[in-house]
Write a protein that binds this ligand. Structure first.
Ligand code: 3PG
Length: 209
């Protein structure tokens, strides 16, 4: 599946930091019950790869990506759980090359016009705009639309349920990402009903651009 198709399948992608593998199955059940189809687990914890494996076994129809990919080693580390896509917070030249080489649909992170242009030069026309709120938010994304009309963004970083609709109204936004649906604390505290309710609300948010 190409990255554009993956982004079309979601308006909101929950970004997950899973600290204990036992939480992966109830977590993915809550997210799926809420109606979300695309999720991202971050490679920030020791159990991230095993957690993605467990989530894929539990919900084979969900599209599950691996985020916080910083290097070629991280790509290799994530291969054993067969992520459907990869997400990076930023993009060096060598990381862009490694993403191209691995062939997995990827969303490289950018925070400026120059970075967006560098990633586009390498063929990445869909990009993560990160950290969205600190890097200029909707005002910055609106300003990029004129000079860079062919690039679409998945803004992530500091976005809440309240702010998400403002991003989803922009014509160069394909979807938004965020941890607000299932924060690290909510996962640790096993707040499955709350996560399902947050997922349900997020699944109801549509692009209005
Ligand atoms: C991240 O990788 O940390 C994500 O972009 C999530 O950002 P958030 O926690 O601010 O939603």
């Amino acid at each position: 599946m190409k990255i554009d198709k993956i982004l079309q399948a979601a308006s909101v992608i929950p970004v997950l930091e899973i600290g204990a593998v036992e939480t992966a199955v109830p977590l993915v059940r809550a997210l799926a019950a809420g109606g979300l189809q695309v999720i991202e687990a971050t490679l920030r914890t020791a159990v991230a790869v095993d957690a993605v494996k467990a989530m894929k076994d539990e919900q084979p129809d969900l599209i599950i990506g691996m985020g916080t990919i910083l290097s070629e080693e991280d790509i290799e580390k994530s291969l054993s759980c067969q992520p459907d896509f990869l997400v990076t917070p930023g993009a060096t030249k060598s990381l862009l090359q490694s993403l191209k080489k691995c062939g997995i649909p990827s969303l490289p992170g950018v925070a400026s016009a120059s970075e967006a242009m560098t990633a586009a030069e390498e063929g990445f026309m869909a990009q993560k705009f990160f950290p969205a709120e600190s890097a200029g938010g909707t005002t910055y994304l609106k300003a990029l639309k004129g000079p860079l009309p062919k690039i679409t963004f998945c803004p992530t970083g500091g976005i809440s349920a309240e702010k998400a609709p403002e991003y989803l109204a922009l014509s160069n936004v394909a979807c938004v990402g965020g941890s607000w649906i299932a924060t690290k604390d909510m996962i640790e505290e096993q707040k499955w009903a709350l996560i399902e309710a947050n997922a349900h609300r997020a699944a109801g948010m549509l692009l209005t651009n």
